[in-house]
Ligand binder design. Structure first.
Ligand code: 13P
Ligand code: SF4
Length: 356
């Protein structure tokens, strides 16, 4: 049975207020004036070569950044493949266009490399909603549980865990642990946790009360209306979406798995419940398919993120250029912390390797 950590309910309320306040202050997107784009792209390409650097971008970053990563021998990927790519690349500098936990993961797995980010301000509501002190106390109170944390967490939270997983592999890892009879602490995404619990039948799973502010806005009733409007379309959803949305989905998976489904499934039309940034790659990989964004605002409702992660949107050509030129926004993680956080991350990569 799922048990939310009700002990610290008031602390979650405080965290949510903090996230809301943060979102009110950060710029919602970095719209990039196109006049300078070509100039930036050329300069960045030159700097990447000069600095023996490689650009790795998440699917939720702008098309400009994704295409630049592709054109320069870097990679556009989900968070699992971003982590794997960093360990396999021979470049001395990895530039991570994404959010803070992705940069930190790259540093933890490659402590000898320089990790740069266009901005160090880009965080994630899941990371913000899981402060290490409260989390460590929760783990201590349930010390007979295996601690499985989502990659969208701080280096400190990772260091307190037994396993780090991403959405691409979470189900398989928890399934494996459950088959070993392990009791599990899952943090921080409650929607993904509830989904995993339902799929694996894990009986003893304590689920942290965190959520992604982007996926949480997909609206159940409006999605139902949309499905009736397009009865031949398949719904593809990221598991950070609420259960009532996932229950309407034909496929639930990580960003890479969503793109793969659009390519491989027979339907010609897809309703997609994840950040709109993914459409760049989806359209590229499945040009003959029609893609519709799942509704984020039902009748009379408003959306805050409107399927655009505000933190992913803080990455731009301008701050990427600045980071490379001045070696600024370097991701630094304390060496001892790196060592501790590397273990659960490496466990995930080894698990992934054994699956292949
Ligand atoms: P993926 O691991 O599927 O890329 O998801 C990362 C993320 O932040 C989704 O919101
Ligand atoms: Fe975090 Fe959600 Fe943004 Fe992903 S989309 S980085 S989970 S806030």
């Amino acid at each position: 049975m799922a048990l939310l950590n009700k002990n610290t309910e008031s602390e979650f309320a405080a965290e949510r207020a903090f996230v809301k306040d943060y979102l009110d202050r950060v710029p919602q997107t970095c719209s990039q004036p196109d006049a300078k784009s070509k100039e930036y792209r050329d300069k960045i390409k030159k700097l990447l070569v000069e600095r023996n650097a490689v650009l790795v971008a998440h699917y939720y970053t702008s098309p400009e950044l994704q295409s630049l990563a592709e054109e320069t021998g870097g990679m556009v990927a989900d968070s699992l493949e971003m982590a794997r790519f960093g360990t396999q690349s021979s470049a001395g500098t990895i530039v991570v266009a994404g959010v803070k936990f992705m940069g930190e993961t790259a540093k933890i797995l490659n402590p000898e490399k320089t990790i740069l980010m266009p901005t160090l301000e880009a965080t994630c509501s899941l990371d913000l909603g899981c402060p290490v002190d409260t989390f460590a106390q929760f783990c201590d109170e349930n010390s007979d549980h295996e601690v499985v944390v989502y990659a969208n967490t701080s280096a400190e939270v990772k260091a307190r865990s037994d396993w780090v997983v991403t959405s691409a592999i979470a189900l398989d890892v928890v399934d494996f642990l459950t088959s070993q009879g392990k009791a599990i602490i899952w943090a921080p995404d409650k929607h993904l946790g509830n989904y995993i619990q339902k799929q694996t039948g894990a009986e003893d799973m304590l689920i942290w009360d965190g959520a992604c502010i982007v996926h949480e806005e997909f609206k159940t009733r409006a999605l139902d209306d949309m499905r009736h409007l397009h009865p031949n379309a398949a719904v593809l959803a990221h598991p950070e979406s609420p259960m009532a949305v996932l229950e309407q989905a034909d496929m639930v998976g990580s960003t890479t798995q969503i793109i793969k489904a659009a390519c491989e499934r027979p339907e010609k039309m897809f309703i997609v419940a994840t950040d709109a940034g993914i459409f760049y790659k989806m359209q590229q990989m499945a040009p003959d398919k029609e893609l519709i964004l799942a509704p984020t605002a039902g009748e009379g409702a408003t959306c805050r993120s409107c399927a655009n992660c505000p933190w992913m949107g803080m990455n731009s050509l301008a701050n990427l250029y600045d980071s490379l030129l001045n070696s600024s926004h370097e991701v630094l993680v304390d060496a001892e912390l790196c060592e501790k956080a590397m273990l659960p991350l490496q466990r995930m990569l080894d698990f992934r390797k054994n699956q292949a």
